[in-house]
Write a protein that binds this ligand. Structure first.
Ligand code: A3P
Length: 329
């Protein structure tokens, strides 16, 4: 089992990380994993040969399934934990930057901000991609996850201990963004996935952490039941009125913007720092890589493509658009 941590650079988390993992616990999860894997339903993979279906959700058979099992078996949440929860390609990178910048705004100046030299993914490590001993991280921990709300352990949800920021996006844009992204990561020995294939898989729910619609609905329902615990955001609203959403984010995180901060333009500074134009042009995001595990190493530049609303439509046929809209409505 690969438990390498993506060595977070950000001061808030890296200094106290001790990286100690209980090998008995790893062993137990490994045994359970080996037992269940052969019996799981299989579907065609996007960047691996197959995806497997576990508890209703489609996952890569190695990293994501093991990560989920680790979280369900051993993760110890704290009442102060804040998670950014997303379906892949819905704006994770952007919202990580905004959350980190908003939460730590009194700690860092904008001229030498960590986000100028650190890919946002290192600021909020993935709980499920790096199921490490996170006990060494100081509270409050800012973490991220792709795990659907309904599959999270009760200790994180039913007891209502943790807070979640969720972002959803038009599924047409998610599909196209994901298809282009995954084909870049797809090993050379596998033929590229055609858009038609990707579309069919996506509509059937066979995509990482899919079905997409179930993912969104899980967090949507939770946000209606406990709005103080789950903040539900939309990519399109964030594009339209970033300052408004950032202020909501500040309130939800327990750090509302003061009138003085507002008059000094702090909200706009955060929006500018985290904008697509700024982040995508930083050296770290143009030339460095993110190592999620020994097998998964991603060029940071792949996290930034166009950052537009509605781009998916220019790739899809009218029929595809109609079908996706029908599923959504
Ligand atoms: P596109 O492929 O449509 O351009 P994720 O971070 O969940 O992997 O999502 C990636 C998508 O978010 C990509 O969409 C990417 O371009 C877009 N994105 C990344 N950073 C952004 C930012 N600062 N502002 C807006 N969109 C951003």
């Amino acid at each position: 089992m690969d438990f390498s941590l993506p060595s977070p650079d950000c001061n808030t988390i890296s200094k106290t990380y001790n990286g100690q993992i209980n090998s008995d616990l790893i062993q137990k999860t490994n045994e359970r994993y080996r037992e269940i894997l052969p019996n799981l339903p299989r579907g065609k993979g996007w960047m691996t040969e197959h995806l497997v279906q576990y508890q209703g959700v489609w996952l890569t058979p190695n990293a994501a399934l093991k990560g989920l099992m680790w979280v369900q078996d051993h993760f110890k949440p704290r009442s102060t934990d804040i998670f950014l929860a997303t379906f892949p390609k819905t704006g994770t990178t952007w919202l990580k930057a905004l959350t980190f910048a908003t939460f730590n705004r009194t700690r860092y100046g904008f001229a030498d901000h960590p986000l100028l030299t650190t890919v946002p993914h290192r600021c909020l490590p993935f709980l499920d991609a790096c199921p490490n001993d996170l006990d060494g991280f100081p509270s409050p921990r800012l973490l991220s996850t792709h795990i659907p709300y309904t599959l999270l352990p009760n200790s994180m949800t039913v007891n209502r201990s943790c807070r979640f920021v969720y972002i959803c996006r038009d599924p047409k844009d998610v599909l196209v963004s994901k298809w282009l992204f995954m084909n870049k990561l797809r090993p050379k020995e596998l033929a590229p996935l055609s858009l038609e294939e990707a579309f069919e898989l996506f509509c059937q729910g066979i995509s990482h952490y899919g079905p997409y619609w179930d993912h969104v609905l899980g967090y949507w329902k939770a946000s209606l039941e406990t709005p103080e615990k789950v903040l539900f955001l939309k990519y399109e609203e964030l594009k339209e009125e970033p300052s408004v959403v950032v202020k909501r984010l500040g309130e939800f995180l327990g750090h509302p913007f003061s009138l003085q901060e507002e008059s000094e333009g702090v909200v706009e500074e955060i929006v500018k720092l985290c904008s697509f134009e700024n982040l995508s042009n930083l050296e770290v995001n143009k030339s460095s890589v993110l190592k999620l595990s020994t097998q998964i190493i991603i060029d940071n530049r792949h996290f930034f493509r166009k950052g537009k609303v509605g781009d998916g439509k220019s790739y899809l046929t009218d029929e595809m658009i109609k079908r996706i809209n029908e599923i959504t409505s």
